[in-house]
Design a binder for this molecule. Sequence first.
Ligand code: ADP
Ligand code: MG
Length: 512
Amino acid sequence: MDNREIAVGIDLGTTFSAVAHLDDLGRPQTLINAEGDKITPSVILFEGADVVVGKEAVKAMATEMEQVADCAKRDLGNRMFHKVLGGRQYPPEALQAWILNKLRTDSERQIGPFRKVVITVPAYFDEVRRKATQDAGYIAGFNVLDIINEPTAAAVAFGFQQGFLRVDGTATADQKILVYDLGGGTFDVTVMQIRGNEYIALATDGDVQLGGRDWDQRLVDFVAEEFIRKFGMDPREDPNTFGRLWREAEDAKRTLSARQKASIACDYKAQAIRVEVTRDQFCEFTQDLLDRTAFTTRQTLQAAGLEWTDIDRVLMVGGSTRMPAVFEMLKGLSGKDPDCSVSPDEAVAHGAALHAGILLARQQGKPSRFKIKNVNSHSLGVVATDARTKRPRNAILVPRNTPLPVTAKRVFKTQKANQKSILVAIVEGESASPDDCSQIGKCSVRHLPKNLPAQTPIEVSFRYQENGRLTVVVQVAGTDKQLRHEITRENSMTQDQLDSWRQYISNVPVEG
Ligand code: ADP
Ligand code: MG
């Protein structure tokens, strides 16, 4: 074990990732990757036996699109990434681990070896995706100290920067802020209260399938339709042409944040066009996407029980908040200028590094400088049978936006005498139908004491930790014995699989 431990925070983004550490004065600093950039594209290229992550992989989207994996974060929670790469399908955790591995290698060039990290997740991530993120960290050879919600991390970085949180631990502010995080692949909104050195999430909502990529797609479609009109062929059909067109479109989108118009070139099968797009046109055909974020923002404020006049600041994070339309929309909603004082690309990684610093200090027996209080982003339920319809339904135990940690108990009864085990299906989601919820898995309570009569109450406690991860504790009525139980997860990797991926990707020996 190294005596000088380093606190590292990783913003593992859908489209871009960033790493920060704390310098000698305890201030977060972004680490620069091998290419000299502060952010690394979360894109992976499979080139024969080589796996290339970052800028080079993005370039390959123009020529080897079929060997490129992007937005793997959107697939976390599924067993396999949706695309076959080099004749093989990979679990999204493994793809995320390759990204983490590149981030680690590059960062270690600057700060030396480290193992302990905090990784960020969208606040709206469900339990399964949170676990998958921790698993990706494990595969990459890390000891994941914790995961932290991205908007919370941004708020912590903001508080630190504003001097709410001084190095000596004193903090005075009491503010309510709304964090609007629009990245490349996900959208998150959280209402937070910063009270002294406490960061309290009041409500959170979002969409894990909405981000800058969707804005890009609209530009791609706009150009493709022009192309079809002119030449009767769809350039989106060919993956490499699509990759090239997407890169052009993303570039034009950035230009439109700075200027009133941009042009996008597209060539396919010896035909070429250049299409001009104005900012107004772009705003018009992406208005519905922006409206979706506005709707969610209003709902989150409502869920927090607040009005716009209660909000002291609207904090914008995520690269897509550079689009002027976002600023205007938030200004229109809130009646005040959104705050652009934190770097939209770095704030999340900085907050994660600060959190990592606190956890390390705590491990070394030092008092913590700040406290984070979180809420759950999805309701937690168990699958029960509806007495009337006899159909399975989601019996909600912990409604969304409940402060964490929280424990919910539910009593199940054995159905027959001498029953050995009971099986409880756990889901997350708002729908009454379990099929429309995220299936966490089945919790099997085994080794029930012998000769229990039928209808013996078995108390099952579901405990959400601060970071939104779930544990289950089981107790049989009349005994003080806690039973062995395990959650058999629907789409999650087994420990053996995790270990062999860890060996394979990061060459780090298995712990324990
Ligand atoms: P994530 O965390 O989801 O990976 P980021 O916060 O890094 O995302 O934001 C990346 C997104 O921001 C991309 O979709 C990118 O195109 C977009 N983006 C970056 N700069 C600009 C800009 N100047 N104008 C518009 N969009 C931008
Ligand atoms: Mg992000």
